[in-house]
Design a protein around this ligand. Structure first.
Ligand code: CMP
Length: 411
């Protein structure tokens, strides 16, 4: 290449000298034309020039030589082309591939991209085959079987006898454990990488199959579960349990506890305008609203006409004030729409409170809030005063409840 370039240079100098000495021409004009021409030419041939200069650099670097096997990156960026160097010219490098074809790689690519030289620093190159085995196979067992297969394959001609083959756990993934079977060959002397791969993989598959192990394949685990009911009528105990478990008051109860409550409660239906119970009546049960809306009414002015002071929505419980304190019903409860409620009787609630004290606490808090709301409705009390009072009423109520239950137990 240097010779070729040197020759071109000598020809140009000789031509200039002949023009000056023999034909008596001015060199200055020629040099000016040559300068302008070389700029235009340089721009037009920039790709070619880049190849030439990278070719020079590649030659000086001496990173590969004729006869070396190289992996040249492919234009798509995935994988690479494997070939043996046949010729390095001043513009390109010619490689002969495994399949007998020739590829011509511009020197600019050879200089700029990552080229792997399989033949250096030693002619022996390490290759590996990956094989994935299910998690159910213990690692040590899989390793022994694969090692035996690898040793039988690498005992054949073409595999290095000076580099010990190895079986390593590469990684774990969705399919199982990936094992790496590593071995050394002198590529194409006489084994090609693909032939060595064929020998190693065939031996591994045969050893695994005889040992009763199949390589892992992609699989999905499917669990079947009965479909949840689309809707609950609320007539059966199972339906009642399902509905109760959605109510905040009972959400922490175990299935058996819910079942006991469900067995002992009654389902009631009201039409719009119907009254469930009236203020000042005796009451000894708790209600849970499942469907519809209920109005809480009291006689605010004391003239016998009742006004709505609160509204109950599905999931709310009510009737706890009389149940827990033994006092008469503090308000009238009337249906605004079609309504479904569950009535739970005192013995069930007493047992539940004994087993789960936290239920009495959340009920007392509700009682205190509702008493406050009733008082506020009667006296137009400010919100800030009401909040402070709720706390003190909760405490009082807890004490009141305790006495009430103790006195009932004594009876
Ligand atoms: P009890 O007094 O047994 O009967 C009437 C019920 O109405 C009462 O228990 C509470 O559960 C409920 N209640 C009273 N005041 C209100 C209110 N302001 N908001 C919602 N519910 C209330």
């Amino acid at each position: 290449m240097l010779k070729d370039l040197g020759m071109v240079f000598v020809y140009i100098i000789a031509s200039v000298c002949i023009a000056a000495v023999v034909f008596n021409q001015s060199i200055a004009g020629f040099l000016a034309t040559l300068g302008a021409g070389s700029v235009v030419l340089g721009f037009a041939l920039r790709g070619l020039l880049s190849d030439v200069f990278t070719g020079l650099a590649v030659n000086f670097d001496n990173n590969f030589a004729i006869g070396d096997w190289l992996i040249v990156p492919s234009s798509t960026g995935t994988g690479g082309t494997v070939g043996q160097v046949d010729e390095i010219s001043w513009r390109c490098t010619r490689l002969t591939c495994e399949d007998g074809t020739t590829i011509v790689v511009p020197n600019s690519i050879m200089g700029e991209e990552k080229v792997i030289n399989i033949s250096r620093p030693s002619v022996w190159t390490r290759y590996q085959v990956e094989i994935t085995i299910d998690y159910s196979v213990p690692v040590e067992r899989a390793r022994h079987i694969l090692m035996a297969s690898l040793q039988s394959a690498t005992a054949k001609e073409g595999f290095s006898k000076n580099h010990a083959p190895k079986v390593l756990v590469g990684k774990t993934g969705k399919r199982g454990v990936e094992y790496l079977l590593r071995y050394w060959i002198h590529p194409w002397h006489p084994l090609s990488p693909s032939t060595s791969r064929d020998l190693v993989l065939s031996a591994a598959l045969q050893h695994l199959q005889t040992a009763g192990i199949n390589p892992a394949y992609t699989k999905e685990e499917v669990y079947y579960e009965p479909l949840p009911a689309k809707h609950f009528q609320g007539h059966t105990v199972a339906d009642k349990v399902a509905l109760l478990s959605r109510i905040s008051l009972y959400e922490r109860l175990e299935e058996v506890e819910l079942q006991r409550v469900a067995e002992e409660m009654e389902r009631l239906q009201l039409s719009p305008g119907e009254t469930l119970f009236r203020r000042n009546e005796e009451g000894s049960s708790l209600f849970i609203l499942i469907e519809g809306l209920l109005n809480v009414q009291i006689d605010l002015k004391g003239d016998g006409t009742e006004q709505t002071v609160g509204q109950l929505s599905p999931g709310d419980f009510f009737g706890e004030m009389s149940l827990l304190t033994g006092e008469p019903r503090s308000a009238t409860i009337q249906a605004q729409t079609n309504v479904v409620v569950y009535e739970i009787y005192r013995p069930t609630i007493i047992r539940l409170i004994e087993e789960r004290p936290e239920i009495s606490e959340s009920m007392s808090r509700a009682v205190a809030k509702r008493q406050m709301a009733l008082e506020q409705a009667r006296s137009q009390m400010a919100d800030s005063d009401a909040a402070a009072k709720v706390q003190s009423i909760t405490r009082q109520l807890m004490g009141k409840m305790k006495n009430f239950f103790q006195s009932r137990e004594a009876q």
